[in-house]
Design a protein around this ligand. Sequence first.
Ligand code: KIV
Ligand code: ZN
Length: 388
Amino acid sequence: MDNQKVQIFDTTLRDGEQVPGCKLNTAQKLVIARRLDELGVDVIEAGFPISSPGDFNSVEAIAKVVENATVCALTRAVKEDIDVAAKALQYAKKPRIHTGIGTSDSHIKYKFNASRDEIINRAAEAISYAKTFVDDVEFYAEDAGRTDNEFLAYVCSEAIKAGATVLNIPDTTGYCLPDEYGAKIKYLKENVIGIEKAILSCHCHNDLGLATANSIAGVINGARQIECTINGIGERAGNTALEEVVMILRQHPTLGLDTNINSKLLYDTSRMVSESMGMFVQPNKAIVGANAFAHSSGIHQDGVIKNRETYEIMNPHDVGVTESAIVLTARSGRAALAYRAKKIGYELTKLQLDIVYLEFLKYADKKKEVIDGDVHQIIKDSNISILV
Ligand code: KIV
Ligand code: ZN
């Protein structure tokens, strides 16, 4: 049986761009939007058009150029927001309006000073109004992670009745545990009236480092869209990282789920977003960090040189990384040194390697990393006759 598709909804240009200091101009956003389209995302959330004239222009420009993906714009459950979003999306081949409202008790009380019934009415009115402009309307129940499941199911049922085709269940504050978030999706799948007409979407924040785990728990329990950003950028600790969920689904075929993403573009896209936003990627970041395919301890290096699969659960080529790196440090063993020496032209005998290795250790203890130039010098200093 074919794997079921999970839609990838990229919000790098909306939730991701909310990061302080990461503001992009329209030209930069267009470059990223084109790349996201090429990467194969299903939906590009291009911005929040009512928020500023600049954001309106960016959404409009993106809507004009995107060829394949649905282009989405965010609104509050407010008519004026929806008018502006619809205008910004007018040239999109596949437009989507993403509207919604807070549903947790704390949002209802402190943000809206309203009752649950009033919140449901405002949500339903916004969805019906958005439907007058586009067929594809996504509803978000902000802070769904802290909304009780029974009320959430009721809100979602009303949202479907008003015409929503996608139900976004955000863990806005990144508070849920994976079991809890997964159970929430399962509950909604089983209790929302009309759920067969809509798809459930995971939108998880990373405040406790659980955004990816929660999104995966969501799709295991029936959600069929994940909202995510390149490099996991986003408010506070960020959003679910696109590259992580894509590779988790790909590396675990027994889940029976996959995406339309061309994973070979992941590394390059990560670098593109990092450079244009001026936000560096931590070296140990899963999938796209500089050390994600670098091996530095002797035991691991020996294994990888014999067979990559000993310490690598995915092929670096599959994410666009040219090759795994064997990094020489004071923790490296003879196998790594011989491997690196060979790469730069030295075929060492066992005896020669023993001598060079002693010299290498003295050198490596003084440096964080031994690079190719150092290896040339170490071999020279070892005074051995070499077959080159
Ligand atoms: O985190 C959140 O709740 C959001 C919504 C606006 C979708 O970003
Ligand atoms: Zn968010």
